[in-house]
Write a protein that binds this ligand. Structure first.
Ligand code: ATP
Length: 235
């Protein structure tokens, strides 16, 4: 099967306020899909809706041929979707080991994944007893990615993973995500405001504006156009 995630004509929002309107896109097997867009475009709202934190108003979300819209978050994650939120995603007062045990305790199958992840991320063994809140910003991001990967069988969803990271750390993150996607045979869905990480990683990029996906294409074509529009034309 080639399709991992399909979003069809999705509408969603908060209370009476519609944010996402008629959003459709596809994530294929082993593909990296980027969604870029400015502040408030609706990127986080889209991911929260896919993950079941928000109930869709209409439309369909299909993961590995199964409708997941309307399911609760725990069920959706247990089907094999990993999520790395923009902020947080770790419990800062617990140690690295305790953070990991919290996830493996809830999602039993994820314990098997841990062995593989220890090879890719030796830091989780080396720093097992360090309190998560005392890790550097980049290290905390790695831990939140590990927690997301524990449940990711086919798909890892990340909300602005490069936000707040220095350019040199961002480059390392991009290399690491490339390795992880290949080694673990995962598809990635990544939102970003800053297009540089997505330009490096994605097979296809969508541009989101005011709750719509307005353009899509290969990153090299699309991001060049977006940068030109923003810097030279001001819109
Ligand atoms: P950013 O890049 O700044 O994180 P975003 O593209 O992820 O932005 P969202 O966080 O999805 O954008 O926000 C889209 C719109 O939804 C914004 O107008 C925002 O104010 C609104 N919004 C977000 N969360 C809520 C909420 N809990 N209640 C009401 N409105 C919300």
């Amino acid at each position: 099967m080639n399709e991992v995630l399909e979003v069809r004509n999705l509408r969603s929002g908060y209370g009476q306020v519609l944010i996402l309107n008629d959003v459709s896109f596809l994530v294929r097997n082993n593909e990296v899909v980027g969604i870029i867009g400015p502040n408030g475009a609706g990127k986080t709202t889209l991911l929260k809706t896919i993950l079941g934190y928000l109930k869709p108003w209409s439309g369909e979300i299909v993961y590995l041929s199964k409708r997941i819209d309307g399911l609760n978050t725990e069920k959706i994650v247990s089907l094999g979707i990993g999520y790395v939120p923009e902020r947080g995603g770790i419990l800062r007062t617990l140690t690295v080991k305790e953070n990991i045990e919290l996830v493996t305790g809830i999602f039993k199958e994820s314990s098997e994944k841990l062995r593989e992840l220890r090879k890719l991320f030796p830091i989780i063994t080396e720093r097992a007893s360090q309190v998560a809140g005392t890790l550097s910003g980049g290290e905390q991001k790695i831990l939140s990615i590990v927690l997301g990967l524990l449940t990711a069988k086919k798909l890892l969803i990340m909300d602005e993973p490069s936000a707040g990271l220095a350019p040199v750390v961002r480059k390392k993150l991009s290399d690491l995500l490339k390795t992880v996607a290949t080694e673990l045979e995962l598809s990635l869905l990544i939102t970003e405001q800053d297009p540089s990480l997505v330009a490096d990683l994605a097979d296809i990029v969508y541009v989101m504006e005011r709750g719509h996906l307005v353009r899509s294409g290969k990153p090299e074509e699309l991001i060049r156009v977006e940068v030109l529009r923003e810097y030279y034309l001001g819109f």
